[in-house]
Design a protein around this ligand. Structure first.
Ligand code: ATP
Ligand code: MG
Ligand code: MG
Ligand code: MG
Length: 439
């Protein structure tokens, strides 16, 4: 992409309404624009990152055998009356009437809708286990939408639902989700710690929230510092193996790590004092096992191998896809701007032409652009007629992992400058070598 033809409306000034750094940087980098409280347009740069995050989420779900689909944003109130949640959900639910005076709502989550789909089509234990998921916009009329996409009213969520014959099978699904979530967040350059959470209105003992530690997080968390040494890494896992998935759950949840809702001072005090940590965190996901709560209320049953009709065991599992942009930036930035982890970066590298219009510099930039593109990489070429300082500031702000700086002086010696956004280190090298380093 050539910057002169792109739409990147960066802001010079710090927007007054932004209280936290991720919100400020997303606005300044021209990634989002608020359309009304807690509702945003995703401008091209923000949209690109959102899509990259979505892609990682999809890939990790599919690897575990979970099946993507898409449910609508608008739902009929009738299903929610069946589960009893139409009245329980309260003011966070946006309720709408259609022209026939039917009660509709903009889905804040999808347990009812998916259970209805399940019961319409599945009748036998032979069709289990089944895990379906989608990535779709949700609406929650939050009392205090704030911090940009972090607490929006309209936000993008991945929500998955497992249907199993027994509690054991459903807990395997729970563990499988834990594994996929660990991998998903790590691929985005994030450490998200599973912490024991409160079942809330959905109930159930089995629920973990995934938290990214950050001062601006809205949750208070308590944990054993040893947990921050754990990495899932690139290990292979057989998602069908109950033991393997269970072992990961045990490894990642055996140390003390809880949110304020489930925090227990007495148990916490058993952790050696030098390892006890109190901090703040951003909730980027949550997994639940809730048994037969919805299947009983909505009559989602299967016939088991003895011919009995039994309600299925279910769980639901959410990832805050749009909130993740904020969480990643909170975890990865400096005073000059965003520092994108390689896994989600909107462009792989920036090319800065120090002397636009200079035949040699222009040709060198074009050649770099071609060879990067040929390798399947996506560069952002700043070909505008601007001062070098302004170009560097823009590149730093939008946070691409690499910058290649091209100017007549370097070209005389056959070199360009390659700069890492994260370390700030630069080196001069021939253009081909710069390309190799990025690839
Ligand atoms: P919170 O405690 O932050 O209100 P939640 O527990 O109500 O979140 P869940 O129902 O667990 O949210 O939804 C799954 C995920 O969706 C959350 O872990 C979070 O990452 C994301 N999410 C929830 N509410 C919002 C929101 N208002 N804006 C952006 N993302 C959200
Ligand atoms: Mg909430
Ligand atoms: Mg929560
Ligand atoms: Mg939650």
């Amino acid at each position: 992409m050539r910057l002169s033809r792109y739409f990147l409306p960066v802001l010079k000034e710090n927007p007054a309404e932004a209280q936290i750094v991720s919100h400020r940087l997303m606005l300044r980098a021209g990634m989002i624009k608020q359309s009304s409280a807690g509702i945003y347009s995703w401008l091209p740069l923000g949209y690109k990152v959102l899509k990259n995050i979505e892609k990682i989420v999809h890939e990790e779900q599919v690897k575990a055998g979970h099946i993507p689909m898409l449910m609508p944003t608008l739902q009929s109130a009738d299903l929610w009356r069946e589960s009893g949640r139409y009245d329980d959900y309260g003011q966070e639910m946006l309720r709408i009437k259609d022209r026939h005076d039917r009660d509709m709502l903009y889905g804040p989550t999808n347990e009812e809708l998916i259970t209805d789909i399940f019961r319409s089509h599945v009748n036998s234990y032979k069709d289990l286990p089944l895990t379906l998921y989608h990535i779709q916009w949700k609406f929650r009329d939050e009392v205090r939408p704030r911090f940009g996409v972090m607490r929006g009213r309209e936000f993008l969520m991945k929500d998955g639902y497992n249907f199993d014959l027994t509690k054991e099978d459903a807990l395997h699904a729970y563990n499988r989700h834990l594994v996929t979530y660990l991998r998903t967040y790590e691929r985005m350059g994030l450490q998200a710690i599973p912490m024991r959470a409160d079942g809330g209105p959905i109930g159930g003992d089995y629920t973990h929230e995934f938290l990214v530690l950050a001062e601006t997080g809205e949750s208070e968390v308590f944990y054993d510092s040893e947990i921050t040494d754990l990495k899932f890494g690139s290990r292979d896992i057989d998602f069908d193996s109950v033991e393997e998935c269970q072992a990961v759950l045990e490894e990642f949840t055996s140390r003390y790590a809880r949110t304020d809702e489930t925090h227990d001072e007495a148990v916490f005090n058993e952790v050696p004092e030098e390892r006890r940590r109190t901090a703040r965190g951003i909730e980027v996901g949550q997994i639940f096992y809730f048994g037969t709560k919805y299947s009983e209320a909505m009559n989602a049953t299967v016939v088991d191998n003895e011919g009995n009709k039994v309600p299925v065991h279910m769980g639901s599992h959410g990832i805050g896809v749009s909130r993740l942009l904020g969480a990643i930036i909170e975890a990865s930035h400096d005073e000059n701007g965003i520092i994108w982890p390689e896994g989600v970066t909107p462009f792989h590298c920036g090319i800065v032409n120090l002397k636009q219009g200079d035949a040699e510099a222009d040709a060198a930039c074009d050649a770099l652009y071609k060879s990067l593109t040929a390798l399947g990489l996506e560069p952002l070429y700043d070909d505008r007629n601007e001062r070098a300082g302004g170009k560097f500031a823009t590149m730093d702000l939008i946070g691409l992992p690499w910058r290649i700086t091209v100017g007549p002086r370097g070209l005389k010696n056959g070199v360009v400058e390659l700069t890492s956004r994260r370390t700030g280190e630069s080196e001069e090298l021939p253009p081909e070598q710069a390309v190799e380093k990025i690839a």
